[in-house]
Design a protein around this ligand. Sequence first.
Ligand SMILES: C[S@@+](CC[C@H](N)C(=O)[O-])C[C@H]1O[C@@H](n2cnc3c(N)ncnc32)[C@H](O)[C@@H]1O
Length: 365
Amino acid sequence: MKKTVLIININRSMNNLFNDFLNYKFPLPQYLGAKYKHLNWIKGFIPSDVNIVADAFAGSQSVAFFLKQLGFQVFTNDFMNYSNQIGKALIENKTEKLSEQDINILFSDNKNPKQFYIMEKLFTNMFFVREEARMLDSFRSNVELLSPIKKSLALAIMNRTLTKKITMGHFAHHQALVYAKDPARIKRNKSLIRPIKEMFLELVKQYNNAVFDNGKNNKSYQGDAIEFVKKLKNVDLLYLDPPYCGSHADYQGFYHLLETFVENWTEKDKTFVNGIKRYEPKLYSGFDTKKDIINSFDKLFKEAKKIPYWIISYNDRSFPNKEQMIELILKYKNVEVADKEYVNGVAGKGSVKGSKELLFICSPK
Ligand SMILES: C[S@@+](CC[C@H](N)C(=O)[O-])C[C@H]1O[C@@H](n2cnc3c(N)ncnc32)[C@H](O)[C@@H]1O
């Protein structure tokens, strides 16, 4: 087999893309592995003959949003529904914003406490005091009174509020309320003691300002990446940012609370296990364990063969390693590799100092 592997370290010249939308600001996420710091670097590798793009592991939607800003038609996907809600709110949404009236509805009493009670029941005295947890149940029940897109916008904003409110921005620890009383931590992060509603209202402005129409019909999906890619038609570029297998790949462990909140899962749907009350059974990923991942990549690449270009974000500490990934890709595409060294560890877990962010830039054979 003829191999084409070229290692490059510099950005290609930028594409001449129509970018009037770049004035919109993506509300800053706090999400493990989010790529918002690498957007311009990634942009340098987008071929000029691309019009329709897909992001199969969208997470915070930071890349999908950037692709929307660049004027592409965007299909975005993640297997977690909390991510899909951001996708509907900011990628699919063209015009709908939360009004004062919507906000009044969201913060009114719980009209259906028999159905919406799980935040208070599970998370009181773990992540929230009772009053806050109860307010979240009311909010969740009132979300149902909004239009589908506004519902997504409200959920996306509340979820972001909750990751701001909780120490470290995730829900895989038991220390939220302990840390919220620690003066040193409060000094570093005032959000720990701020009221949820106040923070939500601040974020409403940011999210409303990030709603725009790029003239394309963009769509957000929730589902397995392989199934998503299987259904795609006429897409020119596929962006892939799978979990960093080997370190912090379990998104359901970190963000279980957001998924439970969005889905309003109760004891009828799931059992809630261990100290953090993570739901069981978890959704199957296929990209988070060493035993599954090589097979999953091969299946994904096979389905993606019909898409001319792929850009894959990767980390040089992930499993499988760079050379194994090149082998896997070469079955279907030519590949070049670009890299960028982390100077500090702020870009998310797995992206620690000394590790390298990689891009596999794949093109037709
Ligand atoms: C590294 S993160 C993506 C970060 C994203 N590019 C951003 O900028 O925020 C990996 C994502 O893959 C998702 N994921 C894991 N297994 C998946 C699967 N089988 N199908 C689709 N998404 C999956 C996780 O929920 C997580 O959001």
